[in-house]
Structure formats: structure tokens, C-alpha cells
Design a binder for this molecule. Structure first.
Ligand code: FE2
Length: 423
């Protein structure tokens, strides 16, 4: 396959991409197509590496309304509701919902997902189901699993043993939820235990960390401390970090360099954070999303995750990482040209770094995975939630969509519009 005349996210234009044997064989201007090769004219549109979702819950996705809807809309009612649903889960239903979500993801050009999987059910039903799904989707989607003790690794009986069993079965990453443990001290202890477990097993860490509006929640400090102590530089991620929104500014000025020094990644989940946080506030209501521009300015890698789609915590969503980027941009007021591009990076390259995807990126020698968007650049892609014209995995087209346009019938006006600026 030869893609011609593409624009890349870094601003390069008129770029051709030659794919051979499922890998990018050449990338540059005016490449020649070998005899009989499929040639696709990108017509100046944006060719991006695939979207990456750094934080998701595939065991809960598409379960909206089962067994009932979250009436208060809070995080805690969502956790209670998930607890009601858990005993009713069947492996077949889990697999079917996950596979359906993966279809949506591929259609949206989302080809790598890190999903947490709850290990607090002694049957480990969801673990087994998602390990099966990980294999099923492997040809077209990288699914990375995090052993997530939803009810607290110390607070919930058997959780630590179950988490270790899940890792034994092949789950990739060690998870945690220190702010949900009974005390701050237990939370800190859980971070220590889980980081040591990851270090022993040579695994990455990704914890739900300080997902509250509590300005005094300090588990990210503990997480950075153990990452540093155990030499886990670049392999540890703090997810959510919403308490940072409410923290004292002086304290944050100390915390950011500690995170940077420990090589800790951060993940914000804009759609979910803006929906779930600040629920105990009257007015003004806090937004609850972590300090994304400040983290980036401190040299910390930040990814955006979708977190939830149609589950006990969130009733909307459709695997569209451009919707996630748009919400992150708005909530963090990242409106400069450079910042809008950073929001695109947060759902592509930054998240790929968090997952440790070595084969990712539009470079010679990397896997031929990419998405052609009906947009001229990353900012336009976010503005339009651009149509994924073509989704390619290992050099094969795995999804395509017709360009979005409206046919008009206005006297003396154009016959169609596609919402791109005509100058
Ligand atoms: Fe989450």
C-alpha cells in the first residue's frame, strides 16, 4: 500500500507513506509505488498514528441500565451499582459487550486500549473474559489489562490474593485504588505493597490515585516515592489525580518536580472527571480534572483516557478519543494552538508512551498502523470529531467511513458543506 499526499500531525505536508509487509517501509516526498501496489490519495488530509486510550474499564462497558441506572450520578453510587451487577455477570455477556466495544473502537481508529479489570470477584470471571478478548482482538487491537482491586486491595477480603492470581493468569499491569482504602495510612500501605509486587514481577503500575475532591489526598506523593525508590522510572502511572485540582498551590509546586523526578505518567479522564467530581459542591462547583497544563509544563507525560462508556459511572460515549480530547481541551482551557495540539497528543503519542507501545508511530520500521482523518490538522480533527476515512492495522484496511457532508439546497449557495473552513 502507498498512501500519497498526507499531512502528518507534526505539520509536515505532501508526505507519502509506503507500507510493505505490514510495516512502514518508507516515508517522504514523492515515493514511487512498486508495480501493482494499492495507491490511496490522502488528498492533503491528516494521517495520524492510531488513537490510544490509556484508561478504560472494558469489564463494565455497555452495561448501562444493568441492573439499574445510577440515580445520583456519583462515583460512590457507581461503585455500589457495579457491586450489585457483579454477581449477575456471565462470561459470555462480558465477552460479547467487550467485543462490541472493540468494534466501535476500531471504527473510530482506536487501536490500543489499557483496560482495568476488577479482581475483587473471587471467580475472576471478568479477568478470564478479558484475557479471552485480548487474544481474540490481538490481530486488530492491542488490549492491555490492569489488575484492578475496585473495592480496595486491603479493604476487600481476598483482593490481594485475587490480584496475584490475575497476574499469574497473564494480566499485564498492577492496579490499585489507595483513596478507597479505609484510612490514608492503609492507602499508603497499599501503594507500597502494589509497587513492590510490580517491581518483583517486572510489571508496570497504573493506579486509580486520589480520585476525589479531597485537597489533602496525598497518594500520588506516595506513588512517586515508591516509583523512585524501586527504580520504576517511566513504568508507573497515576490515573485520575483529581484531588490535584483542589490541592494547595504551594504543595503542588513541591509535588510536580517529585513526579517528574520519579518518571511518573499522569492520566486525566476529562469526560468522567467533569461529570463525577465536584458533586458535593454547591457553587462555585469544582471541575475536578487534574492540572493538565501544569503537569505538561513540569515535563510530566500526560495521557487522556475515556475511562467509561455506557456503564454504572457514565451513560454516554462511543469510543471517540477526539471527543475525549475536546473535553480535555475545554475543561483545562487549553485553547492556544500549541495546547490544542497537546490535547491531540494526549490521545495518541503520550498515551502510547504510557502503555509502552514500542512499535507505535509514523516512522520507518514501525508497524503500519494509522488512521486517515477528514481534517487538515490535529486542531481541525478535534473541532470536527473528524470522520475516520480509513483505519489501517499492520498494512490492512480494517475500517472505513464515507466522508461527512451535508447536501444543501439554498439558492446561490454551495451544494454541500463539510464544516471545513473554505478560504
Ligand atoms: Fe477508572
Amino acid at each position: 500500500m502507498l498512501i500519497t499526499n498526507a499531512t502528518l500531525p507534526d505539520g509536515r505536508t505532501h508526505i507519502d507513506v509506503l507500507v510493505q509487509g505490514g510495516r512502514i517501509a518508507a516515508l517522504g516526498a514523492k515515493l514511487a509505488a512498486p508495480e501493482g501496489m494499492q495507491v490511496i490519495d490522502a488528498a492533503g488530509q491528516l494521517l495520524s498514528p492510531p488513537f490510544v486510550d490509556a484508561h478504560f474499564h472494558m469489564d463494565a462497558t455497555l452495561s448501562y441500565g444493568l441492573p439499574r441506572v445510577n440515580a445520583s450520578g456519583t462515583l460512590l453510587e457507581g461503585i455500589a451499582l457495579w457491586g450489585e451487577l457483579k454477581p449477575q455477570l456471565t462470561q459470555q455477556a462480558l465477552v460479547e459487550r467487550a467485543l462490541q466495544y472493540c468494534d466501535w473502537a476500531v471504527a473510530r481508529g482506536l487501536l490500543a486500549i489499557r483496560s482495568h479489570v476488577d479482581v475483587c470477584d473471587d471467580r475472576l470471571l471478568a479477568v478470564e473474559a478479558l484475557l479471552h478478548v485480548r487474544e481474540r482482538v490481538k490481530p486488530y487491537l492491542d488490549l492491555q489489562l490492569v489488575a484492578f482491586p475496585q473495592d480496595g486491595v486491603l479493604r476487600s477480603p481476598n483482593a490481594l490474593a485475587n490480584l496475584k492470581r490475575a497476574l499469574d493468569q497473564g494480566v499485564d499491569v498492577v492496579g490499585g485504588i489507595p483513596h478507597f482504602e479505609r484510612t490514608m495510612a492503609d492507602g499508603a500501605q497499599s501503594v507500597k505493597i502494589l509497587c513492590e509486587l510490580a517491581a518483583e514481577r517486572g510489571l508496570r503500575v497504573d493506579m486509580h490515585c486520589d480520585e476525589s475532591d479531597d485537597p489533602l489526598s496525598r497518594h500520588i506523593e506516595t506513588l512517586a516515592f515508591h516509583a523512585q525508590r524501586l527504580g520504576l522510572h517511566g513504568r508507573v502511572t497515576g490515573s485520575h489525580l483529581t484531588s490535584m485540582h483542589s490541592m494547595d498551590n504551594y504543595y503542588v509546586s513541591k509535588l510536580l518536580p517529585l513526579m517528574r523526578e520519579a518518571g511518573v505518567h499522569a492520566i486525566a479522564n476529562p469526560l468522567i472527571n467533569i461529570t463525577l467530581q465536584g458533586r458535593h459542591d454547591t457553587y462555585p462547583k469544582r471541575r475536578g480534572m487534574t492540572r493538565v497544563p501544569e503537569l505538561l509544563a513540569a515535563g510530566i507525560n500526560v495521557g487522556f483516557g475515556h475511562d467509561c462508556v455506557m456503564d454504572p459511572w457514565y451513560s454516554l460515549g462511543s469510543a471517540d478519543m477526539l471527543e475525549v480530547a475536546a473535553m480535555g481541551l475545554h475543561v483545562a482551557q487549553m485553547t492556544s494552538q500549541a495546547q490544542m495540539r497537546q490535547c491531540f497528543d494526549a490521545v495518541t503519542v503520550n498515551s502510547a508512551k504510557i502503555l509502552g507501545l514500542d512499535d507505535y508511530g509514523l516512522e520507518v520500521g514501525k508497524a503500519a498502523d494509522f488512521v486517515l482523518l477528514q481534517a487538515g490538522d490535529p486542531i481541525e480533527a478535534i473541532r470536527l470529531r473528524a470522520t475516520r476515512l480509513l483505519v489501517v492495522r499492520r498494512g490492512q484496511v480494517v475500517a472505513c467511513s464515507a466522508p461527512a457532508k451535508s447536501v444543501m439546497s439554498l439558492p446561490g449557495r454551495p451544494v454541500s458543506v463539510d464544516f471545513r473552513l473554505q478560504r
